[in-house]
Structure formats: structure tokens, C-alpha cells
Design a protein around this ligand. Structure first.
Ligand code: GLA
Length: 372
């Protein structure tokens, strides 16, 4: 190829990549509007996603934001007493400017607790009292700062372990503070913002054993008068499991306890839990994904206890399912492709909103084949 032809090909590629942006995100229906009468549809973002055309896309499509990382404890308080709210503020300010809601994620998670939490000033392991004090201070400062501006908090994340007798994960929190650390975290959050809705957030919440354990832990909290308002269902699922009926049944169980159900981190892998790709062509997998998204959103829409549904990432280009050790497997878990063009899954979700059936001609993105 001559240099001129290479340059022309590059320019063409660049134009194709930019085209959807140039034409503006508003030419497609908005998820926020389609579900406005039912619940806010949200998305996990990094602050950098809120600029320019990408920001316009976020504001058009979504009614709620959550920080993918900017509100986790290591981002907010990397060293004891040194808070950094820059990233979190950008997200909360963007939401306020665009009339969006915010979910706060997360105040306590075994995977991301800065090391300083566990060390006393003399370098020895911190005492229970010191860790409780640090937890209280972290929660009071963070929830207090966003009082009235963050409407829901994932107070604790992934504390359930169905293999344990008390159903609680045997992590440092459980070991250092004892089983009532969950209760304490909720009480601290409620003190800091009595109007915030408080959630216990976890994964695989529809699996019978985990569901039983989650119900047991949350019933214990309710009996003790702890201010817990709902279950956060992460919903990192795949195109084959769980069945929509299982989701409905699990949500019904929690609703009977008087709790809200919020879907907090939704994505739908083309791979199963053992990380094996489901069989079928790319087109077949994306069509199955669309059908499953549509069926699940029909369940969410029909249930009054579902008060928010959030996707974990803007597009297939931003997903944790194709990063780190999972990089390169060509997963496509979200509603928009890498160019922010709607996938069949998007139209499935729009259809489930009841706003009309047919996918506009030529609207389904011509995504490049899935690389494996
Ligand atoms: C968990 C956490 C999220 C995010 C995802 C993917 O589900 O709750 O904050 O980190 O893992 O990495």
C-alpha cells in the first residue's frame, strides 16, 4: 500500500470511529426517558467519561450515576485523614447539573480497604476500637459531604459467604470487629444522612444458598432496628443464567421483607461463570443477549420494589469483563458497542419499556466481529 492509501485508509477509519459522536447521541431513544415512569436507569462512570460528547451521551441516556472507582475508600481516603474528593465531586456535580440521581459505592468492601485502616500508629495491628473509629470517621465524612446529593449508598459490599455458619465472609472486617460490623456501618451511614437509602450490595443474589444467607443477615439487621432499606443486586450475569423467573422470585423474597431491590452493577457476559464462551456465532450470542436483557427488564419493570437499575460501564469498550486478566476475550456485556452505538441488547431493553416494538431500520450497530 502506498503512503497516500495508508493515510486515506486511516482517515476513513477515524471518520467511521468518530461518526456516531459527530451525529450526536440524541438520535437514539433515551433509556432514561423510556423508564422515567418506573425507575432511574443508571451507569457506572469514571470522571473522565463526563467530558465532551461522551458526557452528552451519558446525560442523554442515563438518569443516575455511580462512581466506578472514585468513591471507593482508597480513592477517597488514600491516607488516614487525607481525603481526596476531586473525582467524586466531578461525578456528583455532573449529576446535579443534569438532574440525575447518584448511588454511592461503596463504604466498606473487603477488596478495597486501604492498608492504613489495619495498622496502629506504632505499626502494630490496629485494635478493634481504632478500626471502628476509623470506619465511623470515613463514613461520617464521606456520607456527610454528599448529604442530600447522593440518594442511595452501598453501605457494605460483598459481605455474604454462604459457606460460613454466620453467613458472613471471613475477612479482616469480620475478624477484627466481630459480626456486628455490618450493623455499625449502617448506623454510621444513617447518622451521617438520615434521608439516604441504605443498601447491602452483593453478587449472585439469586442463587439459592447466597439468597438464603443474604435474607438471614438482613432479617437480623431488621430485627435489631438497623436502618437498612434494600438489597443491591450486582447482576454480573451471563446470557444463560440466571433465569428471569429466578430473579423475580428472589426479588419477591426481599420485597416481602419490606425492602427495595436495586440492580446496581448490571452487565451480561457472553461467557459462563467458568469463563467459557457460550457456543454460537457472534450474531447469535448478541441476539440471545438482547432477548435476555429484554426479559429481565420486563421483570424489573413489573416489580414496584425495583427502584433503580444501573449498568456497570458505558459501553463494551469500558467493561471490567475485558480488562486485566480478562482482557482480550472479546466480551460484549453492555448495551452499547465500543463506538457507543446501540447493540441489539439496547433495543431489547427499549422494547421492554413498552414504548413500541420495531427496531428502526439500520439502527442496529454493525459491530466488528468479536475477537477471541
Ligand atoms: C465488584 C465491585 C465493583 C467493581 C466490580 C468489577 O462487583 O462491587 O465496584 O469493582 O466488582 O470490578
Amino acid at each position: 500500500m502506498t503512503r497516500a492509501r495508508i493515510a486515506a485508509a486511516l482517515a476513513l477509519g477515524l471518520a467511521a470511529a468518530c461518526a456516531p459522536f459527530e451525529r450526536g447521541p440524541e438520535r437514539y431513544p433515551s433509556l432514561a426517558q423510556a423508564y422515567a415512569a418506573r425507575f432511574p436507569v443508571g451507569v457506572a462512570v469514571e470522571p473522565r467519561h463526563l467530558e465532551g460528547m461522551e458526557g452528552r451521551f451519558v446525560a442523554w441516556q442515563f438518569a443516575s450515576l455511580v462512581a466506578e472507582n472514585a468513591m471507593k475508600p482508597p480513592a477517597l481516603q488514600p491516607r488516614e485523614g487525607e481525603f481526596d474528593f476531586a473525582g467524586a465531586d466531578r461525578i456528583v456535580d455532573f449529576a446535579a447539573r443534569h438532574g440525575m440521581r447518584v448511588r454511592g459505592h461503596t463504604l466498606l468492601w473487603h477488596e478495597q480497604t486501604p492498608d492504613w485502616f489495619w495498622r496502629a500508629p506504632d505499626g502494630r495491628p490496629a485494635s478493634r476500637e481504632l478500626v471502628v473509629e476509623r470506619l465511623r470517621n470515613h463514613i461520617a465524612t464521606v456520607v456527610g459531604r454528599y448529604r442530600g446529593r447522593v440518594q442511595a449508598w452501598d453501605v457494605v459490599n460483598e459481605v455474604i459467604d454462604p459457606a460460613r455458619e454466620d453467613c458472613l465472609r471471613a475477612d479482616r472486617w469480620r475478624e477484627t470487629l466481630g459480626p456486628d460490623y455490618v450493623e455499625q456501618a449502617f448506623r454510621f451511614a444513617h447518622e451521617a444522612d438520615p434521608s439516604a437509602r441504605l443498601f447491602i450490595n452483593d453478587f449472585y443474589t439469586t442463587q439459592p444458598a447466597r439468597r438464603r444467607c443474604l435474607a438471614r443477615v438482613v432479617e437480623g439487621l431488621i430485627v435489631r432496628g438497623v436502618p437498612v432499606h434494600g438489597i443491591g443486586h450486582q447482576m454480573h450475569i451471563d446470557i444463560a443464567t440466571p433465569e428471569p423467573a429466578e430473579v423475580d422470585e428472589a426479588f419477591a423474597q426481599f420485597a416481602r421483607l419490606g425492602l427495595e431491590n436495586q440492580v446496581t452493577e448490571m452487565d451480561m457476559s457472553l461467557h459462563d461463570a467458568a469463563r467459557k464462551r457460550h457456543p454460537g456465532s457472534d450474531a447469535e450470542l448478541l441476539a440471545s443477549q438482547a432477548r435476555r436483557y429484554q426479559a429481565l427488564f420486563a421483570v424489573f419493570r413489573a416489580r414496584a420494589d425495583v427502584t433503580s437499575v444501573t449498568f456497570w460501564g458505558l459501553s463494551d469498550a469500558h467493561s471490567w469483563l475485558d480488562r486485566g486478566e480478562l482482557a482480550g476475550r472479546g466480551d460484549r456485556p453492555l448495551l452499547f458497542d465500543a463506538r457507543l452505538e446501540p447493540k441489539p441488547a439496547f433495543w431489547g431493553v427499549i422494547r421492554a419499556a413498552g414504548g413500541g416494538g420495531a427496531v428502526p431500520a439500520g439502527a442496529v450497530s454493525q459491530s466488528p466481529p468479536i475477537s477471541r
